[in-house]
Design a protein around this ligand. Structure first.
Ligand SMILES: Nc1ncnc2c1ncn2[C@@H]1O[C@H](COP(=O)(O)OP(=O)(O)OP(=O)(O)O)[C@@H](O)[C@H]1O
Ligand SMILES: [Mg+2]
Length: 154
């Protein structure tokens, strides 16, 4: 686990961008944190790092939006409005994760049992002074790789 401090929206986007540059097919990044913490801002930066040219917005309706990166597609999910695991089956969540793109999942922590074993968890915590702590926790070999790169070129 490592923690980075972000004092501005741009800094959060930059953290996302660095990770987006590392993305490989099948990667899953789970974004968690309160409403307005900065998950979508992180996603914008991440998409930029993947070479997505379109503006990334919140996909609350409809749950998932797909973008075309330079080398890979990006699937941006927002599970905030879902309540049941069944609803993940309805959108074939597992199938989409395995479709060869890169997945970013806002509010994935609502469905812990549906998150893959190999993943990177990003928790954005709003501090009293409005800065953010960005907590990064990798699971599995890919998660460890992401953490390692972030830790080594801070
Ligand atoms: N250090 C910071 N990092 C990220 N966002 C920040 C920061 N400081 C201020 N903000 C502001 O906080 C808001 C974050 O909004 P954003 O849509 O990214 O949140 P979210 O976590 O996706 O919320 P939701 O759960 O509603 O989807 C933006 O208006 C952004 O400009
Ligand atoms: Mg959001």
């Amino acid at each position: 686990m490592l923690e980075l401090v972000s004092n501005t929206t741009e800094e959060t986007m930059q953290i996302g961008e660095r990770l987006g540059e590392l993305a490989k097919a099948g990667d899953c990044i789970v974004l968690m944190g309160d409403l307005g913490a900065g998950k979508t801002q992180f996603a914008k930066g991440f998409a930029c790092g993947m070479g997505v040219n379109d503006d990334v917005t919140s996909p609350t309706f409809p749950i998932v939006l797909e973008y075309i990166g330079e080398e890979l597609p990006l699937l941006h999910f927002d599970l905030y409005r879902l309540d049941e695991y069944e609803e993940l089956d309805d959108i074939d969540f597992d199938g989409m994760l395995e479709s060869g793109g890169v997945s970013l999942v806002e509010w994935g922590d609502k469905f812990p049992d549906a998150m893959p074993d190999e993943r990177l968890d990003i928790s954005i915590l709003i501090q009293d002074d409005e800065s953010r702590v960005v907590r990064v926790e990798g699971y599995g070999a890919r998660g460890a790789e992401f953490e390692h790169v972030l830790a080594s070129n801070r």
